[in-house]
Design a protein around this ligand. Sequence first.
Ligand SMILES: [Zn+2]
Length: 416
Amino acid sequence: MEPTKLFEIFEEVAHAEQRPGEMVSRYATVKIRDLVDGAIFDAAENKGLYALDGHIIVQPKYQRFYIYGDGKRDVKVIDSIIKGLPIGMISLYLPGDLARDGKPMAEVLDGQQRLTTIIRFCTEKFSVDIDGNPFNFYALPEEIQVKILDTEIPVSICAGGEKMRNDWFKTINMQGVALTDMEILNCVYSGEQVEALKEKFSHVTPYLSNVALQYIKGDPMRQEIEEIAIKMVCPDVEAYLAKHRHDADVSAVEKKFHAVIDWVDSIFPDYYKEMKGLEWGRLYDEYHEKFFNSEELGKIVADLMADEHVTAKKGAFEYALQKASGADPDLSLLHIRLFEDSTKRTVFSRQTRDAKEKGESNCPMCVLANGANRAKLYGIKEMDADHASAWSRGGATTIENCVMLCINHNRMKGNR
Ligand SMILES: [Zn+2]
């Protein structure tokens, strides 16, 4: 389709009469040659700016950053074009109040990754392999260049107000590389707050890469750090954004984020990779007002990390905070290794044989209790293994330290 035709459709959609709650949409195709005409990719901003001679805003503010430039997904897009495979539809939205040279401008709602990839390739930003040799766009045989430029891409064009745009954005982005929750919220609540948060948390700064990313897990470019930072001040991210949408001040989030990270970084003397991705915001809220002897805390963690009975190493840090602050630590955080079935069966047989000879229960605690179950013989399914000498007092998970107790007594004893 000729660009003039496409602009006619833009005009038609932009000026169509709209019934409330209804979206006006039309379908068309556009050639790659028209899309890349006057197109710009900004390497510094890592985004495609304009296509179709300045009439399509490739990455409007509410869109995520360009993530296809990894030498795999971008190459795949170009490969399929060269092979003549169909390109998925690109969805355009007409805000209605944007124009250039008297023609309406559209924003890309869906397809910005593909479109940016095409722009980057046609402006020589990366190469693809053909028969093992890398080719930039202008190094390709001319017929392949023409084939690419003549490829028609289906587009849908719609208008209908901001709410409609947001609903549509959510729906169409369900397929493909799923948007993160935060990327969707950034669209729905686009405004001063989101812009300022992106500025602080969506670039890899030295503080993020050298300090913060040791303790938190997420991709800054996909707004995952931003989400974690908001959660530190307000667990309901959507409510937070709704309330602060037009507030450009993000110092509360920034301050809390730094406080949490700096606290973790200072109280634990040694770094372990298991520290990455823990709920540091919550732990900070619970423990930052308590005094910790860093050396003592480090010793507790080091012992747990070296203890083969501790199978959940990630739990060691919260456990250590509990213990060092004088609280009764929660053993379930550590997933202490359990006895093997073979060990349980061996100990069960021995205890049951001895019990039968003596005419008493095979649960030693029932014998001690001297009650109604004093001589009760339990089946193996009615018993469970316990550490005779508790793990927390140095007892090992070995057959010598295994004792079978009836379920009731096992529960009463816990894992102390
Ligand atoms: Zn018992």
